[in-house]
Design a binder for this molecule. Structure first.
Ligand code: HEM
Length: 182
């Protein structure tokens, strides 16, 4: 298992990614900004950031062996030259979610909502990385990051809409959809 990577997403006047839109989906949105810089590990944050969200990669919580095999067979790394579109979707889940036990959460995430099965349909077009924020006392529990080519933007939109209709999403109490291009 790879060691955790600390990641900060800083919105402001500089950064590789141009912010195309920031849509509040559930609850409060985030202030507008022009660019997003993604810092990994020990890189120094820049001072002109309008807002910063922090998270870290971690071990998987819910994936079963057969799913990991399926995921690793098709998933792609971040940074593919053709993947010039990205989405940063910060998500917070409700107290009701966190009061569930691990096996109850797995039941909702996969048995009821088929998050992994549905997500797999969109690989290898979409590359992804999940960051955890809850244990840092951040405003969101998760910072989800996706990269895809412009030709796959419609498919990505479809995926997001499908997930938002699931039982899992009834536990989401804040979600912001940030779309980017480079
Ligand atoms: C691109 C296809 C996708 C695949 C293959 C996928 C797969 C996964 C997997 C395997 C996990 C569980 C990780 C674990 O075991 O801890 C997960 C968690 C998560 N995914 Fe996705 N996902 C996809 C798309 C999305 C999208 C589009 C969103 C947001 C709109 C999203 C939001 C999340 C969140 C918030 C979690 C954490 C859930 C929790 O721990 O409660 N995923 N995803």
């Amino acid at each position: 298992m790879a060691p955790p990577i600390a990641v900060s997403f800083q919105a402001g006047d500089i950064g590789t990614w141009r912010i195309e839109r920031i849509d509040p989906v559930i609850g409060d949105g985030l202030p507008p900004a022009k660019h997003l810089a993604v810092f990994e590990g020990t890189e120094t944050p820049h001072s002109s950031a309008r807002w910063t969200l922090r998270g870290f990669t971690s071990n998987e919580r819910y994936v079963e062996r057969h799913e990991r095999v399926a995921l690793t067979a098709v998933q792609q790394p971040l940074g593919r030259p053709a993947a010039t579109c990205a989405a940063l979707i910060p998500i917070r889940k409700s107290d009701a979610w966190w009061e569930l036990t691990q096996d109850e959460r797995r039941e909702v995430l996969e048995m009821q909502s088929q998050h992994i099965k549905v997500g797999l349909e969109y690989l290898p077009a979409v590359a992804r990385r999940l960051h955890h924020s809850r244990d840092l006392g951040e405003p969101f529990d998760f910072l989800t990051w996706f990269e895809y080519a412009p030709a796959d933007a419609g498919a990505f939109d479809e995926l997001v809409l499908r997930l938002r209709e699931t039982d899992e999403w009834s536990f989401v109490d804040r979600e912001v959809d940030i779309r980017l291009a480079r």
